[in-house]
Design a protein around this ligand. Sequence first.
Ligand code: HEC
Length: 102
Amino acid sequence: MNPLRLACGLLAAAACAPFPTWAANPDHGAELYRSHCASCHGNDGRPVLPGAPDFSRPTALLKPDLALLATIRSGRGGMPAFAGQLRDRDILDVVAHLRTLR
Ligand code: HEC
């Protein structure tokens, strides 16, 4: 776990006031990733489906979260749209997980 998040969990809420009250949850994102994404993208981010990007490479996810959210919502090429299946908040949790894979 990210030490900052751990510290926020352990310290009084006042100590964490400068940070947003909501932050993406990469652990929840990991669960959703396994059920919705890993069949093509691989558990560790190395693609199973040819043509899918390799999330284990540091250059794979240089786009901002909102750009990735838009693509995951609407789908692209061989990837289905996830709008209607996953809420934006869930998708952002998955994006937070993706960023732990490299
Ligand atoms: C059916 C296979 C499949 C599934 C399921 C799938 N993807 Fe993809 N994904 C692809 C393919 C293929 C591409 C490359 C699309 C292209 O650029 O033509 C891709 C591309 C991406 C990209 C790159 C977008 C960019 O702008 O560079 C992201 C991020 C991504 N997928 C995330 C996810 C997430 C998160 C999930 C689960 C919620 C998911 N994918 C589920 C096949 C899949």
